[in-house]
Design a protein around this ligand. Structure first.
Ligand code: GDP
Length: 437
């Protein structure tokens, strides 16, 4: 996947990685190569220019990091900027508060719309939803039949009224049918055209006004490169696309669409199509793709980031305390500070196999405000309480809540999280040890 781009970017950065010291010329030279690599991958010219400028400014102005070489530091910057370019973090589907959730699948003929509709239906079914697919593509010969065959294959019902009907009426009737049969997700396979035209847009707008979709997912073929970006712009202007599915990323595409669509249109890529076979649709993770493009495995990037942020001394001390079971709330506070530097905690944890399943932890996210509140809670405790949270009975919890200006519930939450963290750190102290080195 995106091999050409991956190879040329990695080549451009490999030279930097090998050097102990970087001059401004080294960085400039590498940025020239990065620029060429991106242009060769068919990334939009303006996007390339901004991207390279951002990386260059950060790379030249970088502070000296203890545990990364300057070259590694540049790779890290490129990784972060690539991730950001593709949308930062994963963007999920918007589900209706009152089912059924209505999803309009739109796109040009041949983009993979029907295939993707079936893949998405399968994903829903695997997650204990009850999807209904609606065959409203009345223009492409055999599209309805294709959807029916796919429906049987994945055991998802298909609603259709045949080819002579108005697509808007089919969509409406489909949503009504979903309500009747208790389906909680309706996926409407809308009609495509071979190119963007006025009749298509008007029809889709009419449908949108009738069925009020929660999501308008645009299916685009990554093989189209910059044309895919233009198609996305055209659809987005008229329909307010809520997410893009980039198909055929498995084929020999250069990557321009993947790297450009978000930056140019502002629409997040929510899923990617990775083959003709009907398998659950793959969620799009900008960070994972960036690390794949740069040839660093997920865990590798995790360790690199951790190495950069965690002060070795602190890590060693913490490890000692963990081993001797002396991990206190004061240490937790320090740990929080470190974790903040590493970026979203859930993202970090999700890279460690098994960790993402720890209950409660997945909901932790570190925004500054939240961290300040947690810190305030810990600081409102007496040294004795911090060292031994077991003594925190109800009246102490109330006192701390009052003292730090939060609710008792938040104090309880923090103490629960502390306990989970303690357990988790025990379990993963082996990995923690590697960070410290
Ligand atoms: P539609 O006209 O947009 O409904 O397109 P289809 O769903 O019929 O897909 C058009 C062609 O693209 C078919 O041959 C699909 O098998 C193929 N296709 C769809 N998605 C992918 C994908 O992610 N990867 C590859 N390699 N082929 C795909």
């Amino acid at each position: 996947m995106l091999e050409g781009l991956a190879n040329s970017l990695q080549r451009a950065l490999a030279k930097l990685k090998a050097k102990g010291k970087l001059t401004e010329e080294d960085v400039q030279e590498a940025m020239r190569e990065v620029r060429l690599a991106l242009l060769a991958a068919d990334v939009n010219v303006k996007v390339v220019k901004d991207f390279v400028e951002r990386v260059r400014a950060r790379a030249i102005g970088q502070e000296v990091q203890q545990s990364l070489t300057p070259g590694q530091q540049v790779v890290k910057i490129v990784y972060e900027e690539l991730t950001e370019l593709m949308g930062g973090s994963q963007t999920r589907l918007r589900m209706a508060p009152h089912p059924p959730t209505v999803v309009m699948m739109v796109g040009l003929q041949g983009s993979g719309k029907t295939t993707t509709t079936a893949k998405l239906a399968l994903s829903f079914r695997r997650h204990q939803h009850r999807p209904l697919m609606v065959a409203a593509d009345v223009y492409r010969p055999a599209a309805i039949r294709q959807l029916e065959v796919l429906g049987r294959q994945i055991d998802v019902p298909v609603f259709s009224l045949g080819e002579g009907e108005d697509p808007v009426r089919i969509a409406e009737a489909g949503v009504a049918e979903a309500r009747r049969m208790g389906a909680d997700v309706v996926l409407i396979d809308t009609a495509g055209r071979t190119h963007v035209d006025e009749a298509l847009m008007q029809e889709l707008e009419r449908m949108q006004a009738q069925v009020h979709p929660d999501e308008v997912l645009l299916v685009v073929d990554a093989m189209m490169g910059q044309d895919a970006v233009h198609v996305a712009e055209a659809f987005h202007t008229r329909l307010g696309v809520t997410g893009v599915v980039l198909t055929k990323l498995d084929s020999d595409t250069r990557g321009g669409a993947a790297l450009t669509i978000r930056a140019v249109t502002g629409c997040p890529i929510k899923f990617v199509g990775m083959g003709e076979k009907i398998e659950p649709l793959e969620a799009f993770h900008p960070d994972r793709l960036a690390s794949r493009i740069l040839g660093m495995g997920d865990v590798l990037s995790l360790i690199e980031r951790a190495q950069q942020a965690v002060d070795e001394q602190t890590a060693k001390e913490m490890e000692q305390k963990l081993r001797q079971a002396r991990f206190t709330l004061d240490d937790f506070r320090q740990w929080l500070q470190q974790a903040q530097k590493l970026g979203p905690l859930d993202q970090l944890l999700s890279m460690i196999p098994g960790v993402n399943k720890l209950k409660g932890i997945e909901n932790l996210s570190w925004d500054d405000k939240r961290f300040k509140r947690m810190e305030a809670i810990i600081l409102s405790m007496t040294p004795e309480e911090r060292a031994n949270p077991d003594v925190m009975n109800a009246s102490r919890r109330r006192r701390v809540a009052n003292g730090s200006g939060v609710t008792v519930r938040e104090v309880n939450q923090l103490l629960n999280q502390f306990e989970q963290m303690q357990q988790m750190m025990k379990r993963f102290s082996g990995l923690g040890r590697r960070f410290g080195r």
